[in-house]
Ligand binder design. Structure first.
Ligand SMILES: [Cu+2]
Length: 212
């Protein structure tokens, strides 16, 4: 006679088995749930800004160039001074350029008769301490910022007594490209004619102006 295995199960053993199976299923379900848990480190929504590709334009904005004309270093050394800072500048053709030159030099250096052509403002409009000017008396010229190849001549008067600095603006529109030399033509350098030292040194009273 065949014996049913079930016969020999202790009372309650079958229920225990069921409980164990159920628990295993639950554990399995739990584990599987963990494993299958979707990654929640989704990258943040990348809301890209609309591409703003501006249409090409041929209009160049007005340009501002600031120059400082110092007579000594911050520590009071006069070696290498006076000079325009920076010595070299780059500008662009075809739109107005405003040079703003702030000078602290209160010493006049009138131009000699041989350089009288540089006693007049040329090639642009100038202001001195906010006032439009069309000339500066030669006796009061301290420096010039002259670019003969661009037809511009800026006059920088001596700082008035009682003032710490003078600010000159000069607005012009370069009409050709290239690298040109600017000079100061006021004899502010060394030697009997004032044309040595700073006047003969690139980076002091002469330098390059590049129009691109
Ligand atoms: Cu000078």
């Amino acid at each position: 006679m065949a014996i049913s295995p079930g016969r020999y199960l202790r009372p309650g053993a079958f229920a225990s088995s069921l409980a164990a199976v159920a628990a295993g299923t639950l554990l399995a379900a739990c584990g599987s749930s963990t494993a299958a848990s979707p990654s929640t480190t989704a990258s943040p929504a990348t809301t890209e800004a609309p591409t703003t590709t501006a249409a090409p334009t041929t209009t160049i904005a007005p340009q501002n160039v600031s120059l400082q004309l110092d007579t000594e270093s911050a520590s009071g050394s006069k070696a290498g001074y006076p000079k325009f800072i920076p010595g070299d500048v780059t500008i662009h053709q075809g739109s107005p350029v405003t040079l703003t030159i702030t000078s602290v030099d209160d010493g006049p250096a009138p131009l000699p008769a041989s350089l009288a052509t540089y006693e007049t403002i040329q090639g642009g409009t100038e202001t001195v301490d906010g006032k439009a000017v069309t000339s500066v008396p030669n006796a009061n010229i301290s420096h010039t910022y002259s670019v003969p190849d661009l037809g511009i001549n800026v006059l920088i008067p001596a700082v008035p007594s009682g003032a710490k600095s003078t600010t000159v603006t000069f607005t012009f529109t370069p009409t050709k490209t290239g690298t040109f030399t600017w000079h100061c033509f006021a004899p502010c350098g060394d030697g009997t004619d004032g044309m040595g030292g700073a006047m003969a040194t690139m980076g002091q009273m002469e330098g390059n102006i590049t129009v691109s």
